[in-house]
Design a protein around this ligand. Structure first.
Ligand code: BES
Ligand code: ZN
Ligand code: ZN
Length: 502
C-alpha cells in the first residue's frame, strides 16, 4: 500500500472513499467534517440528530455522496469519548475503517486527520498510528491460497491535511509507521507459516536475509557449536527432532562508541511444540506451529530497528528448535547441564521453552555482553488463564527496567501487566537429584514458576520476561489486529530500543 500526505481541499479531493471522524456525543463537527457536511446538505448532522451516528469508538457509517463532494463515499468513523482519545484509538479506528472499505471493493482511499493534534498527539504520532492501523488492519497471510482469494486490495491511502507546516512531521510519521508495520508483519508472517516450512533452518535463513539487507552482524550457531559451549538444556530439547537446532544471533551496532550499552532481546523459537515425550493432546496441537512467535518478534524488531537506525546497540537472539518425541528424545527424569553449569531434572518435556531460553540467556550475558535483556516467549498456558488475550504477562528482576519497558509500551497500544516474583514461587523448583526441576511441584502460578526457573540463569543482569502465550494470536478481526498472529510485542521492543538512545 502506498501512503501519501497531501494538502488539498477536503470537499474537492477525488477519491472512492474519504474517512472522516467524530467524538462520541459531540455537538459540533470538526472543520473537516463540517466542510463535508455542508457539501452533503447537512446529511451528517441529520444522521447525528436521528441517533444513527453516535460517535461510539469503532462505529462506521457509510454515506454515498452522489457527486455532491469530490469523494464518492464518506465513511464516518466514531472515535469514542474525547477524554479517552489516544494514538491507539486512531490505530484501531483506521484498522476497522480500512477493512470495512476493502469489503466494499474500494482500492484507493483518503482520510482526514482524526481528533485533535495536541501536545500528547503530535502530527508525527498521529500519522504513524494511522499508517500502522491501515497496514496492520489490512494484513492478510495468503501464502497458501489461490490467486482469486487475493481479490480486494487497497493499494493507496492519502492522508489529507489543511496545514502546510504539518506535511513534514506527517510524512515522517508515515515513514516510521511503515517500517514498524513491516517489522510487525514479518513477525506475523513467520508465525503463520506452518512448521513444515518454518523450521529452525528456515528461521536462520530469514535472519540471514535481514542481515544481508541491513548490514547486521550475524552468527548462526550449529549443534556442534552449542555442544562446545555446553548448552545441554537447549540440546536436550533438540534431541527428539530430525531438524537441526540453530541459535540465531543478530547484532545491530548503532552506537559503536558505547559498546557496553547493548540491549538483548531473546525470543523462544520452538518451531513446533508437540510436547515431546510428555506429548500434548491432539486437540489444538496445530497451534503449536506458533511456538516460535517470540523468536519471530525478535526478527521483526531487529529488521525495524536496523531500518530506523537509532543510536543504540541491540542484540537479537533466537534459540530455534523443534520439540518432538523422536527415538533420541529426552525423557522425564533425564538430567541435563545448562551453559552456566546448573543441572536440570526434566520433569515434563513440554516445559521446553524455559530450557532453550536458559542457555540463550546465559549466552547473551556471557558471549554477547548484553547489559539488559528481555526474553519473549509463548511460555505457559497459565498466562492465558491469568490475563486472557488482552495483556502480555511481564515478570523480571529489576523494577526500574520494568517501568521503562512498560512506559515504552503506552503509545503502541500493546498491553502489559506485571506479575509478582516472590522467591517463595521458586520453592517447587527444588529437585531431589539436580539443581533444579523444570516444572513446579503443584501446578500453581504456572507462569510465575516458569519465570522463576528462567531467573536462575540471568545472574544479576537486569532482565524482563514477557509471556505472550495469550497475546501472540488473535481470535478475531478487531482494530489493527486480524484473526491469526498479532506480531506482539514487536512495536514495544522497537520503542524500548529507541528509548535507550544516547
Ligand atoms: N508452548 C507451550 C505454552 C503454550 C500454551 C503456548 C498455549 C501457547 C498456547 C509451552 O511449551 C508448554 O507446553 N507449557 C506447559 C508447561 C507445563 C508443562 C509446566 C503448559 O503451559 O502447559
Ligand atoms: Zn511445551
Ligand atoms: Zn512451548
Amino acid at each position: 500500500m502506498r501512503i501519501n500526505v497531501i494538502q488539498e481541499d477536503i470537499t474537492k479531493v477525488k477519491t472512492p472513499a474519504l474517512v472522516i471522524s467524530l467524538f462520541q456525543g459531540t455537538e459540533s463537527l470538526d472543520d473537516a467534517a463540517s466542510a463535508i457536511d455542508s457539501g452533503l446538505d447537512g446529511t451528517i448532522k441529520q444522521l447525528i440528530n436521528d441517533g444513527e451516528i453516535k460517535g461510539k469508538e469503532g462505529e462506521l457509517t457509510l454515506i454515498h455522496t452522489f457527486n455532491k463532494v469530490g469523494a464518492e463515499r464518506i465513511l464516518v468513523l466514531g472515535l469514542g469519548k474525547e477524554e479517552n482519545f489516544s494514538a491507539n484509538v486512531i490505530r484501531n479506528g483506521m484498522g476497522d475503517a480500512c477493512r470495512f472499505l476493502r469489503t466494499k471493493g474500494v482500492e484507493s482511499m483518503a482520510t482526514t486527520l482524526h481528533g485533535s493534534i495536541s501536545q500528547e498527539l503530535d502530527p508525527q504520532t498521529m500519522s504513524q498510528a494511522m499508517t500502522e492501523g491501515a497496514m496492520l488492519g489490512l494484513y492478510r497471510f495468503q501464502e497458501y491460497f489461490d490467486e482469486d482469494s487475493n481479490s480486494g486490495l487497497i493499494t493507496e491511502m492519502s492522508i489529507l491535511s489543511n496545514r502546510s507546516d504539518l506535511t513534514e512531521p506527517l510524512q515522517e510519521g508515515v515513514k516510521i509507521g511503515e517500517i514498524i508495520s513491516r517489522g510487525t508483519m514479518l513477525s506475523r508472517d513467520l508465525s503463520s507459516e506452518p512448521a513444515n516450512i518454518m523450521t529452525p533452518s528456515r528461521m536462520a535463513e530469514v535472519a540471514q536475509q535481514i542481515s544481508d539487507t541491513n548490514g547486521l552482524e550475524i552468527n548462526i550457531l550449529e549443534r556442534s557449536d552449542m555442544e562446545k559451549l555446553g548448552m545441554g538444556a537447549l540440546l536436550g530439547v533438540a534431541k527428539g527432532s530430525y531438524q537441526p537446532p540453530k541459535l540465531i544471533v543478530l547484532k545491530y551496532n548503532g552506537d559503536p562508541n558505547n559498546p557496553s550499552k547493548n540491549l538483548g532481546i531473546i525470543g523462544k523459537g520452538i518451531t513446533f511444540d508437540s510436547g515431546g515425550i510428555s506429548i500434548k493432546g491432539a486437540s489444538g496441537m496445530e497451534r503449536m506451529k506458533g511456538d516460535m512467535s517470540g523468536g519471530a518478534s525478535v526478527l521483526g524488531a531487529m529488521q525495524a530497528i536496523a531500518e530506523l537506525r537509532p543510536k543504540v546497540n541491540v542484540t537479537g537472539i533466537v534459540p530455534a528448535t523443534e520439540n518432538m518425541p523422536g527415538g533420541q528424545a529426552q525423557r522425564p527424569g533425564d538430567i541435563v547441564r545448562a551453559m552456566n553449569g546448573k543441572t536440570i531434572e526434566i520433569i515434563n518435556t513440554d516445559a521446553e521453552g524455559r530450557l532453550v531460553l536458559a542457555d540463550a540467556l546465559v549466552y547473551a550475558r556471557e558471549k554477547m555482553q548484553v547489559d539488559k535483556m528481555v526474553d519473549i516467549a509463548t511460555l505457559t498456558g497459565a498466562i492465558k488463564v491469568a490475563l486472557g488475550s488482552l495483556c502480555t504477562g511481564v515478570m523480571g528482576n529489576d523494577q526500574e527496567f520494568i517501568d521503562l519497558f512498560i512506559n515504552s509500551s503506552t503509545t503502541t497500544g500493546e498491553q502489559f501487566w506485571q506479575l509478582p516474583m516472590h522467591d517463595k514461587y521458586a520453592d517447587g523448583l527444588k529437585s531431589t537429584f539436580a539443581n533444579l526441576r523444570n516444572t513446579g511441584s503443584n501446578g500453581e502460578a504456572g507462569s510465575i514458576t516458569a519465570a522463576k526457573f528462567i531467573e536462575a540463569f540471568v545472574g544479576d543482569t537486569p532482565w524482563i520476561h514477557l509471556d505472550i502465550a495469550g497475546t501472540a494470536r488473535s481470535e478475531s478481526n478487531v482494530g489493527y489486529l486480524v484473526k491469526g498472529y498479532t506480531g506482539v510485542p514487536v512495536r514495544t521492543l522497537v520503542n524500548l530500543a529507541i528509548s535507550r538512545e544516547s
